[in-house]
Design a binder for this molecule. Structure first.
Ligand SMILES: Cc1ncc(COP(=O)(O)O)c(C=O)c1O
Length: 305
């Protein structure tokens, strides 16, 4: 068991603290990097890690690279192999967050372009417990609006884009809340700062479409599937107005880091009874079992390491 997180960098496994880049690195100046967040959930019964839907994450990483004109030298299968090896070498027996990052590594400042610049890749595995550490999050609708796809691509994970959510989340936390909800420029609901959002009213589940500048979340996809196939509920993708948040019976977030987190309060108004709603709870029960590889039907979503 190693004490500190490991990285895979430039063909080597090494302590993450030894994987270094120079101060002139393009990505450091302009946010020209793309990343993924993948959960590796510890299954204590089997004494194995269950990496949740890593293939889908690596396909999205390649999509992000395409948009930033980056060359990632590893295909999806090679990335899966490196991930397995990193987890095995790290030796942690707890939940991990796997962070692949592809970045413009050229050490040249004053260079506002994407082409003719070198790219590099690093993969990290760090312990991560709960991201939103509460049963039912207290949220505010942020004054910051979600970036629009007409300004920067919103359907991939570009590092520089994250300033948008970071501003919103920082302001929410400093005001005493757990998380922020961002509206689009037209006032419709987009998502949380690093999570997709769902509302439930009269047993119908709704979530903003990707065209509302929501990230095509892998957890979102998983929860939509479970709601329809396992709970027999109706799920619709449609524009959601701010007022609908307040009137919902239940609201919840989905995301790799946040898992499936109930929202108990928005703008100082209680949602339902302010705790985990019935449908949210039923989805959580399904979700938390299957991400550890303990549900045979969904074991194919997990890479057991
Ligand atoms: C902005 C944003 N929205 C939504 C999500 C949820 O996506 P996923 O479920 O694929 O983690 C994330 C996390 O990746 C995110 O960064």
């Amino acid at each position: 068991m190693v004490a500190a997180p490991l990285a895979y960098f430039r063909g080597e496994f090494l302590p993450a603290s030894d994987a270094k880049v120079g101060v002139m690195t393009h990505a450091l100046h302009y946010g020209t990097a793309v990343f993924e967040g993948i959960r590796s959930n510890w299954n204590s019964e089997e004494q194995k890690h269950s990496v949740f839907r890593p293939r889908e994450h690596y396909v999205r990483l390649h999509d992000s690279c395409n948009i930033l004109r980056m060359h990632l030298q590893y295909n999806v299968d090679e990335l899966l192999d490196i991930t397995k090896e990193l987890i095995q070498k790290s030796g942690f027996k707890e939940d991990l967050y796997i962070r692949p990052l592809v970045f413009k590594s050229e050490e040249r400042v004053a260079n506002l372009k994407l082409h003719e610049l070198s790219d590099d890749f690093v993969l990290l595995a760090v312990p991560l417990g709960n991201y939103i550490d509460t049963r039912a999050a207290r949220c505010i609708v942020s004054g910051w609006r979600r970036i629009d796809e007409s300004m920067v691509p919103t359907r991939v994970k570009i590092s520089g884009n994250y300033i948008n959510g970071i501003l919103a989340k920082t302001d929410a936390i400093l005001a005493g809340y757990d998380e922020a909800i961002l509206l689009n420029d037209d006032g419709s609901v987009a998502e949380g700062t690093g999570e997709n959002i769902f509302i439930v009213r009269n047993n119908i589940i709704s979530t903003p479409p990707i065209s509302s500048n929501a990230l095509p979340g892998i957890t979102r996809d998983c929860v939509m599937h479970l709601a329809v196939e396992e709970l027999g509920l109706t799920v619709e993708e449609r524009e959601i107005g701010r007022g609908e948040l307040y009137l919902a019976d239940e609201v919840f977030f989905t995301g790799t880091a946040a898992h499936l987190t109930a929202v108990g309060e928005i703008d100082n108004r209680s949602i339902g009874n302010g705790d985990v709603g019935e449908i949210t709870g039923a989805l959580q029960d399904l979700y938390f079992t299957l991400i550890r590889g303990s549900n045979k039907k969904y074991r194919h979503w997990c890479l057991m390491v």
